[in-house]
Design a protein around this ligand. Sequence first.
Ligand code: GUN
Length: 296
Amino acid sequence: MTAQVIDGKAFAARVRGQVAAHVARICAECGLVPGLAVVLVGKDPASQVYVRNKHASTIEVGMESFEHRLPAMTDEATLLALVGRLNADPAVNGILVQLPLPAHLDSDLVINAIAPAKDVDGFHISNVGLLGTGQKAMVPCTPLGCLMLLRDHHRSLSGLSAVVVGRSNIVGKPMAQLLLGDSCTVTIAHSRTKDLAAVCRGADILVAAVGRPEMITGDMVRPGATVIDVGINRVECDGKARLVGDVDFASASAVAGAITPVPGGVGPMTIACLLANTLTAFCRANGLPEPEGLTA
Ligand code: GUN
């Protein structure tokens, strides 16, 4: 079998288009514009690229983008004071503090200082609890993007067996909660799982979020399964830098029914879902109906 390749780039463009159309309608009807504030502390090169992309995408869908760049030696009180001001600013509907923060800053403390209703990353402990108890939450962007791709591909996820490989707070755990919310039978596997290959072969839906290049191989995939590859790993190949996922695409795509590529699969969905979350936060803050198909 050769798997259908799930085009996350095209899907993300559709999501951004839906967000832009919704923003334009709100702007015409109410004269209001959703706003996203992004805070970057220091000059981590990868973070600078992410923040630049987030700014450009936010402007592109017609939202306001507020960028706050602080020096690497910023102290915790200064950062917390900025978060407090953004919490109180009615023009700001979403707040994202780019991670990782410099080592002298306590990420948990800073993230939990964000007003939960503006926590478009879904990392605040209140949102984690709301998601875990099946209540209306802000949902982390990458797992939300995976869920959208899966809902688009399968008519229903109900009753399907899902295996999430990876137990991070940002992807693995919320992904499992979302799949459970859609009535999958969910297993979280990780580095200590016994006979990982056999566990993975039990999956109708296999989500790889381990951060290890190409560790999920075709022999670990059930024939016809849907494989979602969250990994983005830079590797050297014949002296050239290359991006690969957590899944060995060549062998897995020979067995799977559908598979996301790297690049062009889950990656583009993350920013699209950040914009969707900002719109959702705006609608909730203003008592407007939430955009359909853009939330969990
Ligand atoms: N750093 C890398 N990815 C992310 C993300 O999704 N959110 C935040 N806040 N920081 C990140």
